[in-house]
Ligand binder design. Structure first.
Ligand code: ABN
Ligand code: CU
Length: 682
């Protein structure tokens, strides 16, 4: 869980016409002001989330076109609950200090928050039926303080629907306080009503699995020292930036190497990047690229069909929140170099403010070779090293860690890297038990079920303007047979571009055989040389198909993951592809993206304001190397300029070494270009 500093702020604060960027996250003062307004009108409520209601796009575009015009209003989007769990959806205008919308919403459950999560373990340990079940599998009542609980939402169970705020308590045991509990999973699942703080059901498997008697399998220092200690052959790598960083930050807008990026953050998506532009020196202007980029949702479906594992799938954003779960990052460990941090502020359930220090890390790294060429005739050479700007966060979703790196390159590429680390979700098994292919024994008595990590990237493109069109691009062989006059030798191939004209046509899947990519293009502007529309290409090769079958619970609830790419026409408030309130949804009908598509499948998406939704991730069959803690597994995707610039846009990055044919001929030395000021030996 993220370490947080709690502090209560004065309630009666006046927020003046804000000088903030309209997309800056709410700060502590604004959160406190929203709490005060809600309390004054609605009495005592618990606060679930308070976040920025992002300005309507038309208001935002109006302001961006003339930043001296009045700023869009700062509005807090508040979700609050009564003690009995009734949900209030409220918008507070922070300047007018008034409620502008208030609804009581039935039939939903809001995000599970940290205070609720922490309460589950406390109550479950004391519950007589849990103590009884622990006794049956070999845990004595006096050892209940060694029982730990990961509180998962029930996901969906028709037995509870959305009426009971039901948690499935995944239980584990720590023989000693410093042991990893994931080595000792318990075989039964208490169901906990988090509003009424009581165990309401007990799910007991037909075959019992007593607590494992295996040796602990740990990852902290004392255990590694017992196993022979740490390796001693590592020499220091120091990163120094003696003249500081090469980026500037104004408020939350970063400028670096022709890029301009506004960094937002919310409880749910974590990092949100807005108003991304690139200064193109050939055109002599800032060119818009993306209005908004975020990871908008994810689902982790597990593949064991036995009750209650059939239910196990986590929406770590929609159910818990990548912002809420974010880590406080530390220098030299999470990020290395000269770091600029941004904090995040969230409400507490009681209406206070908690600050997550260093929630976002911004830094530069060497990026290896940006480009190089050596002429084989004379060894005349140019080699230019690149660097990258990384905007990152790490969140902990109970057992797993997700490290998110939004990376900007000098050639105009946006690279998103997600690293998966942390600990496998483990379940109990008996010695020699046949796992039937649904899991792997990753350590004695530890079964790790097959699962997927499927993320939904939301791209709101702004490729030289809002009117964009999405094309699917496939490498295809010539239609002419070998020997045909147009394909005499049979080697011909081209890039087939399929234009998506309607929302229905745009539901498309990855195909490695055709090197499939997708172009976000502005057909109103052609590249000077290629005469093709200026575009950015989505290159994403880790795009597995959703394994749960059509009609299954996950297929219904996580409908966004049915396809690799889907496109909708932009609409304010269509931000969450599994729905605004994900907790305990049945998927009947499927909320979010499938519903928006079904509303108007024939809606035009050609040359208009569109949003591209992209499912990417991995299918994970765990092995012992993933245990007791997983070495980080990286996933990468790229948004690359294609036909966008008139030439390589980073030819002006100072080369690390440059020697011309004339210099070679005249026996002169090349240049380790002084402008780069980096130590290069030639
Ligand atoms: N991965 C499910 C989860 C996330 C956060 C807290 C509990 C459970
Ligand atoms: Cu995994």
């Amino acid at each position: 869980m993220a370490s947080t500093r709690l502090h209560q702020l004065a309630e009666h604060l006046t927020i003046k016409q804000s000088s903030k960027h309209p997309l800056d996250p709410l700060d502590g003062r604004e959160i406190s002001a929203a709490v005060a307004v809600v309390r004054a009108e609605k009495g005592s409520l618990y606060f679930n989330t308070i976040t920025l209601l992002e300005p309507r796009k038309k208001d935002m575009l109006r302001w961006l076109a003339d930043t001296s015009s009045p700023r869009p209003a700062r509005v807090a989007d508040v979700i609050a609950t009564t003690k009995a769990g009734q949900v209030h959806d409220i918008w507070v205008d922070l300047e007018k200090r008034s409620i502008i919308k208030a609804e009581v919403v039935d039939g939903i459950q809001p995000t599970l928050i940290v205070e609720e999560m922490l309460s589950v373990e406390e109550y479950v340990r004391k519950d007589p039926s849990v103590i009884e079940q622990c006794g049956i599998i070999g845990i004595a009542p006096e050892n209940m303080d060694k029982v730990f609980c990961d509180p998962w939402t029930i996901t969906h169970d028709p037995k509870y629907g959305t009426k009971v705020r039901a948690i499935q308590a995944l239980l584990y045991y720590r023989p000693n306080h410093d042991d990893s509990q994931y080595t000792f999973p318990l075989d039964f699942f208490p169901i906990f009503d988090v509003n009424n703080k009581k165990v309401i059901d007990m799910e007991i498997p037909p075959v019992r699995r007593p607590i494992s008697l295996a040796e602990p399998n740990n990852y902290h220092m004392p255990d590694i020292e017992r196993e022979g200690g740490y390796r001693t052959d590592l020499k220091p790598i120091n990163i120094t930036q003696p003249e500081g960083v090469s980026f500037t930050i104004d408020g939350r807008t970063i400028r670096w190497q022709n890029w301009s990026i506004h960094v937002g953050f919310n409880y749910r998506e974590g990092i949100v990047l807005n108003n991304i532009t690139f200064y193109d020196k050939f055109e002599g202007k800032e060119r818009p690229l993306f209005y908004r980029l975020s990871i908008a949702e994810m689902v982790v479906p597990y593949g064991n069909p036995d009750h209650p594992h059939h239910r196990k799938h986590a929406f770590d954003l929609g159910e818990y929140g990548a912002g809420n779960l974010t880590n406080s990052l530390s220098l030299g460990c999470d990020c290395k170099g000269a770091i600029h941090y941004m904090d995040a502020e969230f409400p507490t359930q009681a209406g206070g403010v908690k600050t997550i220090k260093n929630a976002i890390c911004i830094h530069e790294e060497d990026a290896g070779i940006l480009f190089k060429h050596t002429d084989f005739r004379d060894d005349s050479t140019i080699v230019t090293r690149g660097r990258k700007l990384i905007i990152s966060q790490i969140f902990t979703a109970a057992n797993y860690e997700y490290c998110i790196y939004w990376t900007f390159l000098q050639d105009g590429t946006v690279q998103l890297d997600v690293k998966l680390t942390g600990i496998l979700n483990t379940t109990a098994m008996n010695p020699g038990e046949d796992l039937e292919g649904y899991g792997t024994e990753v350590y004695t008595g530890v079964n790790a079920h097959n699962h997927q990590h499927l993320f939904c990237l939301r791209v709101d493109p702004n490729i030289d303007g809002q009117n964009n069109t999405i094309f699917q691009s496939d490498a295809v062989c010539s239609p002419y047979p070998v020997g045909h006059e147009k394909n005499k030798w049979g080697n011909a191939f081209t890039a087939a571009k399929t234009k998506f004209k309607t929302v229905a046509e745009a539901q498309s899947d990855y195909d490695a055989k055709t090197s499939r990519t997708w172009d976000m293009a502005n057909e109103n502007k052609l590249n000077k040389h290629s005469k093709k529309p200026v575009s950015y290409k989505l290159v994403s090769r880790e795009s597995p198909a959703l394994m749960p079958k059509e009609g299954s619970l996950v297929w219904k609830r996580a409908g966004f993951a049915r396809h690799t790419v889907q496109v909708t026409k932009y609409k304010d408030d269509q931000l969450h592809p599994a729905g605004r309130h994900v907790v305990q949804t049945s998927g009947d009908p499927s909320p979010g993206l499938p519903a928006w598509i079904a509303e108007n499948p024939q809606e035009n998406i050609e040359n208009t304001d569109v949003v591209l939704w992209h499912t990417f991730g991995i299918t994970h069959f765990a092995t012992p190397e993933d245990f007791p803690i997983m070495p980080a597994e990286p996933i990468t995707l790229l948004l690359r300029p294609r036909n966008f610039f008139e030439k390589n846009p980073c030819m002006d990055v100072p080369p690390s070494y440059n020697i011309t044919p004339t210099q070679v001929k005249e026996g002169k030395k090349g240049c380790a270009c002084a402008a780069s000021k980096e130590s290069v030996q030639v």
